[in-house]
Design a protein around this ligand. Sequence first.
Ligand code: CU
Length: 136
Amino acid sequence: MRKSNIRLAGVLLIICTAVLFSACAAKVPVSSTPVQSTPKETPIESPKPSQPVFPKTVAVDIRDFRFDPDELVINRGDAVSWTNQDGAAHTILINGGVESPALREFDVWNNTFTQPGTYHYRCGIHPSMVGTIVVQ
Ligand SMILES: [Cu+2]
């Protein structure tokens, strides 16, 4: 009776030791998990330097057969949005090349300027209507 109890106790001791050892061994992979979470913070910070460069759209009204304002300075990538406030139709003819469709009253036309330079434009219908856009 006593010998079997001692054997049983010995077996239990071995089992408990094995369980404790395996529990300690199982903790090793868990401790490596925080190492993987550290790189996640780095990509969050990297987009910040590019944030100041936001293209904008600058409005120009066409009113009383004039562009208002008739001179603009914008950054490369910015757009200009012309709105015809006249009853008469107008177009935007840029450097003798790109031309908007005929804009009726309250029609809007946008053009994005991707290259630096000085752009002279006029109304294709009324050549006396002129404007200038400097793209930096
Ligand atoms: Cu015109």
